[in-house]
Design a protein around this ligand. Structure first.
Ligand SMILES: NC(=O)c1ccc[n+]([C@@H]2O[C@H](COP(=O)([O-])OP(=O)(O)OC[C@H]3O[C@@H](n4cnc5c(N)ncnc54)[C@H](OP(=O)(O)O)[C@@H]3O)[C@@H](O)[C@H]2O)c1
Length: 261
């Protein structure tokens, strides 16, 4: 049992509708320099296909990737099942992962190059959501780097449907809510410091996506975490990272249960 089409949620006022859980794809493309509790091998193409088919069968339509997730974008471009319109694809700009290190560049030129590469890797002519993949100085990046203006240009030319930022600080989250369509932030049972951003997003009808709901696999009670996310009224969807179809099905089942009236 998965999500029904009527359970898709509006993502703020940007016109996109997303499933209450999305799938995070760090582990599809990268297994170095990450914060998960256990080491893992990248899944092979067959395993990725089974995972993505399972997601689709469970009613998940939101998929989160980034240039910083190794070969995640390329693999989605090759292996995403169904037609392009079946999926809301979220990718990012600003961070690249090369030679086992993160490199940040939020300039207009780097943003342009990154978007062109993402379009090519994902084998698509539009991106549903593009977020600024913020580093620690997130407020400064959003205010001074020129990245938001460049994203806006791509949006006005029809290459992107909605823009936003994946933020760390409350101040940057609030700026993203004021000036963009979507904010992606961490809010889970262990860390609710971003509540002011959730409240402002709700007041302005902006889209909120949660990341790291399971604290990158360090949280013990996954069902309680999903229950928490499903009851946050400002949140459209929680992105959970997994390469395990059984875990994916368990997460959807917990979400469906939490959403029952
Ligand atoms: N924009 C950003 O700056 C940013 C930063 C971090 C993350 N993200 C996005 O958010 C997504 C989620 O964050 P995350 O991957 O760091 O962490 P997460 O979703 O909090 O946790 C993922 C971990 O939980 C495990 N897991 C998932 N379901 C499980 C289940 N039912 N039972 C047991 N373990 C389970 C996964 O292992 P298995 O693979 O074994 O299931 C994985 O190791 C990422 O994939 C990415 O798309 C964005």
């Amino acid at each position: 049992m998965g999500f029904q089409p009527q359970q898709l949620r509006t993502l703020g006022d940007c016109g996109l509708k997303v499933s209450p859980l999305g799938i995070g794809t760090v582990k599809l493309g990268r297994n170095t320099g990450i914060k998960y509790p256990q080491a893992f091998d990248l899944p092979d193409d067959h395993q990725v296909s089974v995972l993505l088919e399972t997601a689709r069968a469970l009613g998940i339509n939101l998929i989160d990737t980034a240039p910083a997730y190794g070969i995640s974008e390329q693999r989605l471009g090759q292996l995403l099942p169904g037609s392009r319109g079946d999926w809301v694809v979220c990718t990012k700009v600003g961070e690249q992962y090369q030679d086992q290190k993160s490199h940040y560049d939020f300039s207009a030129k780097a943003t342009r190059l990154s978007l062109e590469t993402s379009l090519r890797h994902l084998r698509t002519d539009y991106l549903d959501i593009v977020l600024v993949h913020c580093a620690d100085d997130d407020l400064d990046i959003l205010q001074h780097s020129g990245v938001l203006a460049e994203l806006d240009r791509f949006k006005s030319r029809g290459y992107i449907k909605a823009i936003g930022a994946s933020t760390k600080s409350v101040a940057a989250g609030l700026l993203a809510v004021e000036e963009t369509d979507i904010v992606m932030l961490t809010c889970n049972l262990d860390d609710q410091s971003q509540q002011p951003v959730l409240e402002r997003a709700r007041a302005l009808n902006k889209g909120v996506l949660l990341k790291k709901l399971f604290a990158s696999g360090h949280l013990q009670d996954n069902e309680a975490a999903i229950n928490f996310a499903m009851t946050q009224r400002a949140v459209a969807s929680a992105i959970i990272g997994t390469i395990n179809p059984t875990h994916l099905a368990a997460n959807v089942s917990a979400a469906v249960k939490a959403l029952q009236p």
